[in-house]
Structure formats: structure tokens, C-alpha cells
Write a protein that binds this ligand. Structure first.
Ligand SMILES: [Zn+2]
Length: 208
């Protein structure tokens, strides 16, 4: 009697164990399927980024890339390439060099897009250099605001704010309002010193 009970208990325990195991396996399988499906969706979206770039729809590709970046924990290598390529066509050359470099670091010369990445990176670097030269030229521009202007022998200039009238006319929806010019102190003229200050935005208006 007790032997039979023991046997039944044994069967029960084994079957419960087996059942639990298969449940766990099923869950694991489901999780793997879920992950694989998620990956497939991401892969499809990355492919469509490539297509948008080929169709020269760079803004649309950019929007899709930004949405993708929010959804991936780590950036897939193909996406680093497309991001670098699309940035180039959006004239974001620094960003382009950065991501193309990332792809080349990942894939070396044997990646699907390695050759294109290397060529495009070289082009982006040329554009980046041009940009830097333009910036340097702009920094070297000579601008009048950096100099004092000689007002001539009178040492006075007609006040440019009120055109020498001492009055500033403001048009509002109620009509015109008149206000005394706050810069030339009722004279309609500025001293050369004040004129130069005004040109540099350093002359304060008299509020009265
Ligand atoms: Zn004035």
C-alpha cells in the first residue's frame, strides 16, 4: 500500500517538474520570438532609411533615424553608416564624419558599406575644411563697428535717431505719438564721441 502511494507521489512530482520545465521553455521561446520580431521591425526600418536616402528624401530619412535612435539600446552598425551618409547630404559635415568614422571603426574595410563610407568621409572632411576656412575669413573681416569714425571739422553729426528733428514720431493704432529724442538732448545733433558710442550701441538714451 505505502509502496503504491510512494510510486504515485513519484509520478506526480516528476510530471509536475516536467510540466514546469516545458512551461519555462515555452516562455523562453516566446521571449526569443518577441526579440526576433522586434529585430526584424528595426531591420526593416533601417532598410527604409537607406531607401529614403537613395530617393534623396534626406529630411524624411533624418526623422526616421531620430525615431529609430529612440527605440534602440545600442545603435546597429548599418544605422551608423546611414546616419553618416544622410548627415552629409544635409550639409552636417561634422556629424557626418563622426558617424562614418564609427562605421569604419566597426567594420574596417570589409563591411557592406565600407568603401562608400570611406569615400564619403573623405568628401565630408573636405567640406568641413572649407567651412573652417570660411569661418576663419569671417573672423578676419574688418568691420566699421570696431573703429571710431571721424565726424569732420565740426565734430558734430545730425542725430541719426531723430534725423536732427529732436522728436521721435511713433505710429500706433491710435495715431501718431510724439516723443522727445532721448539721445541728442534737444539739440538734434550728437558730438562725435556720442555718435561713435551710438554706432556701437553704447550710448544710453535719456529717458526724460
Ligand atoms: Zn536726436
Amino acid at each position: 500500500m505505502s509502496l503504491r502511494w510512494g510510486f504515485l507521489t513519484f509520478i506526480l512530482v516528476v510530471s509536475t517538474c516536467l510540466h514546469a520545465q516545458t512551461q519555462q521553455e515555452k516562455l523562453r521561446e516566446l521571449e526569443m520570438q518577441r526579440q526576433a520580431e522586434k529585430q526584424r521591425i528595426i531591420d526593416r526600418q533601417i532598410d527604409s532609411v537607406g531607401q529614403l536616402i537613395n530617393q534623396q528624401q534626406y529630411e524624411a530619412a533624418d526623422a526616421k533615424i531620430i525615431a529609430l535612435l529612440k527605440n534602440v539600446r545600442s545603435v546597429p552598425s548599418d544605422l551608423t553608416f546611414y546616419l553618416g551618409k544622410n548627415s552629409f547630404y544635409l550639409n552636417k559635415f561634422k556629424q557626418s564624419v563622426d558617424w562614418l568614422n564609427k562605421y569604419i571603426q566597426l567594420k574596417g574595410t570589409s563591411g557592406q558599406f565600407s568603401e562608400e563610407a570611406i569615400n564619403l568621409k573623405a568628401k565630408a572632411e573636405v567640406e568641413l575644411l572649407k567651412e573652417k576656412q570660411i569661418e576663419a575669413k569671417q573672423a578676419a573681416q574688418i568691420l566699421s563697428k570696431d573703429f571710431d569714425i571721424d565726424c569732420g571739422p565740426t565734430g558734430k553729426v545730425a542725430c541719426p535717431v531723430c534725423n536732427g528733428s529732436t522728436v521721435i514720431i511713433k505710429k500706433t493704432y491710435l495715431g501718431e505719438t510724439y516723443k522727445t529724442c532721448g539721445y541728442c538732448n534737444h539739440t538734434g545733433a550728437l558730438s562725435c564721441e556720442d555718435f561713435n558710442k551710438l554706432m556701437k550701441g553704447q550710448l544710453k538714451a535719456n529717458s526724460q
